[in-house]
Design a protein around this ligand. Sequence first.
Ligand code: C5P
Length: 208
Amino acid sequence: MGFVIAIDGPAASGKGTLARRIAGLYGFHHLDTGLTYRAVARALLENGVALDDEAAAADMARGLDLSGLDRAVLSAHGIGEAASKIAVMPPVRRALVEAQRRFAAREPGAVLDGRDIGTVVCPDADVKLYVTASPEVRARRRHAEMQAAGSTAGYDDVLADLRRRDARDMNRDDSPLRPADDAHLLDTSEMDIEAAFRTARALIEAAR
Ligand code: C5P
């Protein structure tokens, strides 16, 4: 087992960018666990399988190959929405968590980001960060990203989507989004990525 860094938080909190930079700094493996839920959702959508077909979703989850996750394809907005629907299914979570734990054990270390890394996937992680920001700040960031990518979606719709996804992620019975008791809270509402990175780095250095 290498050094494990768990990073959780809601959509567009900045946790993904932070996770990639930290992994790059230490030469650790990085897994965006949201992509694993997205890949299962995409497979169902592509095969015309209903998003409430739990048995089919669990089969897809058990057959998932973590090495083939394509961020460019999986980042589509509709896939995120579908992912949060299949993410409420316990057999889907069990299969994906098992694969995520195997990934976390890789040497010399691993950074995993998601919703339940510090609470469920890696409860013994060496460092746990919970990255958050107000819904309005997250919606502004997501909206700017989407505009840069050519989307014409309005800010109000982006904010409403984020709130809906937060509610689904925080209120589900299995592994709801919440900070682990021993997580360091990092509110990036008034912090840019550089400041967040410096803070995270200091916390990790203290634990190493
Ligand atoms: O982080 P991202 O937006 O890619 O995640 C898509 C969805 O996958 C989330 O809204 C959440 O429902 C689910 N997810 C999860 N547990 C994780 C990572 C993502 O339930 N560890």
